[in-house]
Design a protein around this ligand. Sequence first.
Ligand code: DX5
Ligand code: ZN
Length: 241
Amino acid sequence: MSRAMLETIREMTPAILPSILSGDFGDMKSEIQRLTDAGAPMFHLDVMDGHFVPNLTFGMPMVEGLNRHTELPLDVHLMISDPLRYAEPMVRAGADVLTFHVEAVEDAAHVAKAFRDLDIVVGVALDPETPIRDLEPCIDFVDMVLVMSVKAGFGGQSFDPVSLDKLKLLRENHPDLLLQIDGGINPETITQARQAGCDLFVVGSAIVCSEDYRAAYAELDQALKAVSHSTDQTRKGQEKS
Ligand code: DX5
Ligand code: ZN
């Protein structure tokens, strides 16, 4: 875990990050193995406290346990009311990227700076109903914005297109910021999110609820590559004219 990870992550973009939320919690070791075999470059771990969101998942022991079974970086999405309290323990457990929700805190700049002091990659997330202007106080102190395309709390919800407008605006105004999307990502919405400028795509049920993780991952990856290819073609066309 270190901010050197930021460069590693930049190099892997555009990338699909499986979320284990809809996986078999009784057999996480196999889930991690199957997702690694499918091509995952990093894992997205959804930490929920039953307070900030009406669902409970897991805490540091699970992150630490998963970390023992993979060399891949861990992207920890904190859907909790007091992210500062658990930041350092999460980093000790193995988090490489740590994302807090802007709605959960009073002073987002303070939280972002405190996360940065932990020598990790820092993300801030916002739910679909939260306006982008709420990020202004902290945006200069984060490495990544996680644009939620469903309200945080549960896997398997449908994609909210409001996220696409947010991605476009953030991409225009912050060309160097890593942009991540989470919720309702499938081969169609991953294309739209990539076209809007997104770098990192969290995918839960579209992979983990399928029979064949490798095939589901490959289909998403092809959709991503098709966008990169068409963007390259457009750029070449513009350079010629
Ligand atoms: C939802 C979580 C997501 C979830 C996504 O609050 O943050 O990471 O696992 O699941 P899908 O892809 O099924 O929407
Ligand atoms: Zn998530």
